[in-house]
Design a protein around this ligand. Structure first.
Ligand code: SF4
Length: 81
């Protein structure tokens, strides 16, 4: 769930990190890299929140598979990546 008021690149499917220490963050939607979070740069330039925000889907994993590679005692957890 998201609202326009809580746009954050870390929850956006267009967000990625780079290997460039001077510009560690990137936005695939607008095709730029930046020193701070791209949504911050958008707000500085446009004076508005980012309208291209697309919330990442929540991925469900099986905890036992993740930790032990087993399927015994399956327990589902939600991890937001
Ligand atoms: S689309 Fe907007 S919220 Fe998503 S990564 Fe780009 S700047 Fe950030």
């Amino acid at each position: 769930m998201s609202t326009k008021d809580n746009v954050n690149c870390r929850n956006c499917e267009h967000f990625y990190t780079t290997w460039n220490k001077n510009f560690p963050y990137g936005c695939r939607s607008m095709e730029f890299v930046s020193k701070s979070l791209p949504c911050t740069e958008v707000y500085k330039l446009e004076g508005k929140i980012c309208l291209a925000f697309a919330e990442k889907p929540i991925k469900t994993v099986i905890a036992c598979d993740l930790l032990f590679g087993q399927k015994d005692d399956e327990e589902e957890i939600n991890i937001i990546v």
